[in-house]
Write a protein that binds this ligand. Sequence first.
Ligand SMILES: [Zn+2]
Length: 448
Amino acid sequence: MSEPRSLRYPAVEAVLSKSQIERIMKAVEERFDDQVEFLQEVVRAHSLRGNEAGVQKIVSNALANRGYDVRSFAIDPTLIGKDPAFSPTKFDLSNSTIVVGSKNPQRNGGRSLALNAHVDVVPVGTSSRWKYEPFSATREDDWLYGRGAGDMKAGLVANLFALDAVAAAGLDLTAPVQFQSVVEEETTGNGAAMVLAKGFRADAVLIPEPTGEKVVSANTGVIKFAITVQGVPAHPLEVASGRSAIDIATRTMEHLRRLEQQWMAERPVARPEFADVGNPIALTIGTIAGGEWLASVPSECRFEGRIGFYPGDKAETRAASLETFLKDASLSDPLLKGCPEPEIEWVGVKQGGFVLSPGSEAEGVLSAAHILADPSESELERFVMPCYLDAAVFALHGGMTSLVYGPVAENIHAVDERVSLSSMMRVTKAIALFAAAWCGVQARAEQA
Ligand SMILES: [Zn+2]
């Protein structure tokens, strides 16, 4: 007791003793081989959209074995279009369940916490371009390769083993904790929306997306669209009387690029914190299909994409202004004049962006936990993540403080996705210390 207490981590040290902090971190280290093995198991249970049943079975078994009260439920499609937290989709999600494991303490005195992660992963692209088979979960030195390893199964596993470490340190949390394993983050966010619709709430939610051990200060709103344009089909003999739907689509994309520039230009006024982000709006055309026959002027073309916008606006407002912008363009552009108006469908995420207000208690506790887990760090860095995050659903529709903080990963959504295992260990320690300090702890009563 003679050692002076450090003043660097008041938010954690106000709750945990030095020996409790050490025991928690040691418990993470002692279980780390098991943690890596479990990560390999969940990466191998590949979970592309609509195919998450296998990994969710592994997760719900792991939770049940640890004494969580486990609930599994599907996304209720009747809420889409009714509940503003939900985004539009036509995809059949009847095989995609969400799993939530809860633990309620005997003595409840602290602040409740939800640890959230998504299990859905994006397609691998051409698997022959990968160094290792994308779902083999191959380990090479500090890296574990695999689709979903970084985004975000390492985070999912970190959540689980962080809570294990607190328990293994002989401590019980003194506030309710939820372990949420959701689907549909990559397409709609409807997994997170369904968690809220089921009534799950907490004083804070932590989502260990691969953020490189930084905390997300803000993200962008995102709307995802599919646009179909009609031309006038013709035989090459009468090419002058035809109008190519592919040309019309290309022109429509050029107009969207102008809209992207307009939205980007709002930055200095709207969001100075986005100053360092190259292109936060990031109009992306992801797919295109058009034409019917090599030697006919194409009749129809369809493309899909997404566009971002600064936090503060509703997705509905932005969607309406995109529709108006394209309508005006099709009336004033000679190439588009006279063609049927483009048909715009909203086909995925339609969600605003969120801002993590500086100075929250939750961020303070996480900063302290982060520095304890990695003594080479002197602060928890903030950064803007200009993409959709489930944190937006919890912040905007659940009124929850939403922390996004997770390990170092490379090549997410690309070839050779991989996560750093030493980083996963540090993040697991930080989450464990965060959970303990946020919820509060008591020494577990000796069992008779
Ligand atoms: Zn992710």
